[in-house]
Design a protein around this ligand. Structure first.
Ligand SMILES: [Zn+2]
Length: 321
């Protein structure tokens, strides 16, 4: 007898031989967050990058709202019709690209697992300020309670599940969107996971805790980093994977896009905003500050942030010019 799979708040598709994109496609917050899953059978470990917004769907008929239940029980066509972690045989490591609610709301599903987050600004992740910094307070929703391990820049993820295995994934501190924003680089796949540092087709949003000045520094770091990786791969005669250049996967919308082109284009766009070449399309009040928008949903790049962040970035560039 054929059983229809349960209706889930998530859809999974394959990105590489070891990596899947899980998209929360109809969440009540309209965030449509990307969750990335890397399956490392040798290390008996599944690395989950971000956890989405907790499976709260607009569709009342959804049966599977738990990300963990989805990963352990729901058949995925791109995984030969098997769940990504059938029988919960593999253990988890969770990495949070930053603490905004749409990336952390399902983290309590993984209380038995290691949760990695940025060590760049521990005070930003203090549990007393988490309701504010996660934006949960602003939305009137419960803030997840969890313990995280704060890791340094260039931290190499090691799994202790069945021996000490390097996953070949490095955490990079890329503050800007928030002080705790990280990127992750998967060496064999040549994949860069950038969280909310950049994505396309929806407004890039900076909260009042963000900094465009710091974002530019992180973008310069990432551009140099991926150019270096592309160059290394060109020169390498025994490259492990089949990839030939670094691709970007973002926290929303963007996946599998050539990294150098996207990073440079996003940086050019932001410079045009600072240079006054883009006009304000909306002004409103948000979390106690005047918030401005440039461009609109559907443009490759658009921006929404406190007007103060634009002023600070303009002043910063005047001083260094
Ligand atoms: Zn965010």
């Amino acid at each position: 007898m054929y059983h229809q799979p349960p209706r889930a708040a998530f859809r999974a598709s394959r990105l590489t031989p070891t990596t899947f994109l899980i998209k929360e496609y109809d969440d009540v917050y309209s965030e449509h967050p990307h969750i990335y899953v890397k399956v490392d059978t040798q290390a008996n470990t599944i690395l989950i990058i971000d956890t989405g917004c907790g499976g709260k769907s607009n569709d009342q008929t959804i049966e599977v709202k738990s990300l963990r239940r989805f990963i352990e029980t729901v058949a995925v066509d791109d995984n030969n019709g098997l769940p990504l972690n059938k029988g919960a045989n593999m253990k988890y490591i969770i990495a949070l690209t930053h603490c905004h609610y749409d990336h952390i709301l399902a983290v309590e599903d993984f209380k038995d697992s290691i949760v990695l987050a940025s060590g760049h600004s521990p005070s930003f992740l203090d549990k007393n300020v988490m309701p504010e910094h996660s934006l949960c307070k602003n939305l009137g929703i419960n803030t997840p309670i969890f313990a995280s391990t704060l890791v340094p820049h260039l931290y190499d993820i090691v799994s202790s599940h069945g021996g000490n295995h390097r996953l070949g994934v490095t955490i990079l501190h890329t503050p800007g969107h928030t002080p705790d924003e990280i990127a992750l680089y998967d060496e064999a796949d040549m994949m860069l996971y950038v969280g909310d540092t950049i994505y396309e087709w929806e407004p890039t949003i900076f909260p009042k805790e963000g900094s465009i000045v710091t974002w530019f520094s992180s973008m310069d770091f990432l551009i140099a980093f991926v150019k270096g990786k592309n160059e290394e791969r060109k020169l390498s005669t025994q490259a492990k994977g089949s990839a030939t250049q670094v691709l970007v996967n973002s926290g929303h919308q963007t996946a599998l896009q050539p990294a150098v082109e996207l990073l440079l284009a996003a940086k050019d766009y932001m410079q045009e905003v600072l240079d006054g070449k883009r006009s304000v399309t909306d002004r409103r009040w948000n979390r106690g500050e005047e918030t401005v928008s440039y461009g609109k949903t559907g443009d490759r790049f658009s921006l929404r942030c406190p007007a103060r962040l634009i002023r600070e970035a303009r002043e910063g560039q005047k001083i260094t010019a």
